[in-house]
Design a protein around this ligand. Structure first.
Ligand code: UD1
Ligand code: UDP
Length: 395
């Protein structure tokens, strides 16, 4: 069976890397990888780290391009690729424009599609935008749905979709566990990574920030920056914000926060360095999808700058909290974790609602028609799993 994995952005590459490795290890499968180039620099960092080889590279990225021009470029580039490769199955990941177009292009050619990270929902097409529409559409197309959690399976069942569903855990946990172990087991590597962050001061606690969602461009990002300016006045805190290369993020954030002595705006980090930063963080503040899944595994309290999340499991477990994008609620959320030791301890309990490191192996089993031993969460004693998606900000 010839399987063609198509991806193009940083998070897709991190989450597909363990699966691509597992596919390559199966003698009965011919695994091919196509990189669309939706991201260039940020994707290459991941390919290099995981030693991934692309059989084909498209070149669709243009500086600050619109979603429609990206979509058109992807259709133009992916269709001839499908014609040339003639795969038995296409695998796509998550909810990016690359994933949506690859799934639609395969559907038009009657090639079956497997969706990795199926079933995530906020229930609101406006957030995350356009990703909520992308993933719903991909789930409609796919005949194999690899749902990371029981909640995501429930979402798919509610929509009465035709595809077969397996609960696999999220492949990001496969990637994270391997990467964190590599750092933990190698003193020399750890030291080398720490040397990159020589600007960090031992006496100050680290707030690690990422923020790049399109629905937060403009006002949302301004509020986030205002909150960070206020928090930067604390003498016990230092802030590190690796900036997404999207000019709508990099420009405004640099304008508003550049030059503050304890706010470090840095380039997008390779995955090893970013995992090290997460390990060293006291609190993580983010609107990213993947980081919401990783921080709980590392036992880091995570504040999510969104009004609604498609990843309610960590909120239910008490490791994550939604703070929206108002200046006040972000500032209060971070301050509470800095000032209330008991609250921080409670939120810092490591939990793994998103996976156990075996997601890729389960997906390969499903692809090959072998029995799949599905992922089941072991929640901490006090935690109650949420039955409903799209947890909203309390109050
Ligand atoms: C995209 C995904 C989003 C995902 C994010 C991860 C869609 C609609 N959105 O976000 O779901 O969370 O990737 O990062 O697919 N750029 C570079 N070099 C790079 C990457 C980006 O210069 O390596 C710049 C380019 O100007 C590009 C712009 O960033 O046009 C935006 O890239 P894009 O893929 O559109 O990113 P997002 O939509 O922000
Ligand atoms: N990440 C990284 N370097 C960075 C910031 C994030 O490697 O400088 C990783 C992070 O650990 C996570 C993924 O990138 O696995 C998240 O990507 P992003 O926030 O771009 O997208 P999202 O998850 O929101 O789709």
């Amino acid at each position: 069976m010839r399987i063609l994995s198509i991806f193009g952005t940083r998070p897709e590459a991190i989450k597909m890397a363990p699966l691509v490795k597992a596919l390559a290890a199966e003698p009965s499968l011919e695994s091919r990888v196509c990189i669309t180039g939706q991201h260039q620099q940020m994707l290459d960092q991941v390919m290099d780290l995981f030693g991934l080889k692309a059989h084909c590279r498209l070149d669709v990225m243009r500086p600050n391009q619109s979603l429609n021009s990206l979509t058109a470029a992807l259709f133009d580039a992916i269709d001839p690729l499908l014609e040339a490769e003639r795969p038995d199955r296409v695998l796509v990941h998550g909810d990016t424009t690359t994933a949506l177009v690859a799934a639609m292009a395969a559907f038009h050619r009657r090639i079956p599609v497997g969706h990795v990270e199926a079933g995530l929902r906020t229930g609101d097409l406006r957030q995350p935008w356009p990703e909520e529409m992308n993933r719903r559409s991909i789930d409609l197309i796919a005949d194999q749905l690899f749902a990371p959690t029981a909640e995501s399976r429930c979402n798919l069942l509610d929509e009465r979709l035709a595809g077969q569903i397996w609960v696999t855990g999220n492949t990001v946990i496969d990637a994270l566990q391997k990467t964190a172990r590599r750092i933990d087991d190698d003193d020399h590597l750890r030291q080398r990574l720490d040397n990159r962050f020589g600007f960090l001061q031992p006496g100050r606690r680290l707030l690690l920030v990422t923020g790049h969602r399109r629905e937060n461009f403009g006002e949302g990002l301004r509020h986030i920056c205002q909150a960070l300016r206020r928090l930067a006045q604390r003498a016990d805190l230092q802030i590190v914000y690796p900036l997404h290369l999207n000019p709508n993020v990099k420009g405004p954030v640099t304008e508003q926060l550049g030059g503050l002595h304890n706010v470090h705006l840095i380039e997008p980090q390779d995955y090893l360095s970013f995992v090290r930063l997460m390990q060293r963080a006291h609190v993580v503040l983010t609107d990213s999808g993947g980081v919401q899944e990783e921080a709980p595994t590392l036992g880091k309290p995570v504040l999510v700058m969104r009004d609604v999340t498609e990843r309610p499991e960590a909120v239910a477990a008490g490791t994550a909290r939604l703070v929206g994008t108002s200046t006040q609620s972000i500032e209060q959320g971070v301050s509470a974790l800095l000032d209330d030791e008991a609250l921080w301890r409670q939120s810092a309990q490591a939990c793994n609602p998103y996976g156990d490191g075996q997601a890729s192996a389960r997906i390969v089993d499903a692809l090959l028609g072998r029995p799949v031993s599905e992922f089941a969460v072991r929640m901490p004693q006090a935690a109650q799993p949420l039955a409903v998606p799209g947890q909203t900000v309390p109050g």
